[in-house]
Design a protein around this ligand. Structure first.
Ligand code: PMP
Length: 391
């Protein structure tokens, strides 16, 4: 009969055992499938079964709220266990991934009906979504104006400025801090990667407005669940209005799933998932560093070692860096378009210009599945060995 297996994209043949040499290593999207094995080990305790009659209402119980209070308190507990954010005195708002909350935050921090729209800025290299989203919604209240550098000395003379601070940064993994300061500057801290899988946690974040997501915490990017910690009540109310008018809150089914997943996380104080995440990522970085160690053609970003208060040790004290992405630099003068060099070697990533930086750089995602990563290392290894042969 017909073959019943659906092969992984890199395999073919009747029983999917034939490796296809034409297959490219996919290091493009930040799909956090590196956590899939953890959830396979916890398949039962993390499973959700929802009866047809369950949670049909618009609201959770008291008719006024679209937020599960149990989920909210679980998030506060998780932050205090991990020590990556202070939640006391902060409001919590849920969103459909952090994607929805990023624009809700820009809206909430912008002036109302002012003739001068807020300037929105981020530091190069920055995550492309900030600009795409801000420009797409095309509001009279705010406008994207590019790199923070050009606003550094003008913060007292222009109108409101909203700075996106991504810590750790996507693409280069740096623990960025705000660049702009002054009475008219507001910041949105994107904390998607501020978890022990990806960075040391030197101290709990105490930002005015920070945004988190389960996408990079548990790996459930498809569930679309994020949350914001907000200090100011007025800002919280304006974000709330945005959420009400945009989607009337976050899917109640998604909230149930997030609740179930986070319960597994906090059961042992977060030890297991963060040990798993840290081990997986540091092993991947060891392999990557080893693969590129002989190369003079490709270099990796340097990340200063951060003390991790969660693990109570300086991680990886010798060559100390770890991040969700490799930010590769093509060093040869003629390799001006790094992503094209990689593409020719069947490695898919993202060019520097996507992050408004030089195309000498390329981002390679290290958080995808074990198969994706193994193929990436094998393709990179081949590239480097060719380099040695040419020397
Ligand atoms: N912020 C950063 C820095 C990201 O890298 C991503 C996803 N790649 C997001 C936000 C959006 O994540 P989500 O909408 O899945 O929460």
């Amino acid at each position: 009969g017909r073959p019943i297996c659906e092969c992984n994209t890199c395999y073919g043949g009747p029983d999917c055992s034939l490796f296809l040499p034409s297959c490219a290593a996919d290091a493009d999207r930040g799909d956090p499938l590196f956590l899939e094995p953890f959830w396979k080990q916890h398949a039962e305790s993390s499973a959700v079964l929802v009866a047809g009659w369950h949670r049909m209402s618009y609201s959770f119980g008291d008719q006024t709220t679209f937020l599960s209070r149990e989920l909210e308190s679980l998030l506060r507990k998780l932050h205090s266990l991990v020590g990556n954010a202070i939640t006391d005195g902060k409001y919590i708002m849920f969103g459909a991934g952090s994607t929805q909350l990023l624009n809700a935050a820009v809206h909430a921090l912008s002036p109302h009906n002012s003739s001068l729209p807020a300037t929105v800025a981020a530091s190069i290299p920055y995550f492309a979504l900030y600009q795409m989203q801000t420009e797409f919604f095309n509001s009279a209240d705010y406008s994207f104006q590019g790199d923070t550098m050009q606003w550094k000395n003008t913060t007292n003379t222009t109108g409101d400025i909203i700075e996106f601070v991504t810590a750790p940064n996507n693409p280069d993994g740096q623990l960025n801090e705000a660049v702009l300061h002054g009475p008219n500057v507001k910041t949105i801290h994107d904390r998607a990667y501020y978890w022990p899988h990806f960075t040391g946690i030197p101290s709990p974040a105490d930002d005015d407005l920070s945004i988190f997501t389960i996408s990079k915490l548990t790996g459930h990017a498809g569930s679309r669940f994020g949350w914001a910690l907000i200090r100011n009540e007025e800002v919280y109310k304006r974000m709330n209005t945005y959420l009400q008018l945009n989607t009337m809150g976050v899917s109640r089914d998604t909230q149930l799933r997030a609740l179930k997943l986070l319960k597994v996380l906090v059961k042992d104080g977060g030890r297991e998932i963060f040990e798993f995440g840290y081990k997986t990522m540091s092993k991947r970085w060891d392999k990557l560093r080893k693969t590129l160690s002989m190369s003079t053609r490709f270099s990796l970003q340097k990340i200063p070692p951060e003390n991790c208060t969660f693990f109570q040790k300086v991680r990886d004290p010798t060559p100390a860096f770890m991040a969700a992405y490799a930010w590769v630099r093509c060093e040869r003068e003629e390799d001006r378009n790094c992503i094209e060099i990689l593409k020719a070697a069947k490695i898919l990533g993202r060019g520097g210009s996507v992050f408004h930086d030089n195309n000498r750089y390329a981002r390679l995602s290290l958080i995808r599945s074990d198969d994706d990563f193994a193929l990436l290392i094998s393709r990179l290894g081949r590239l480097v060995s060719q380099e040695e042969g040419a020397k």
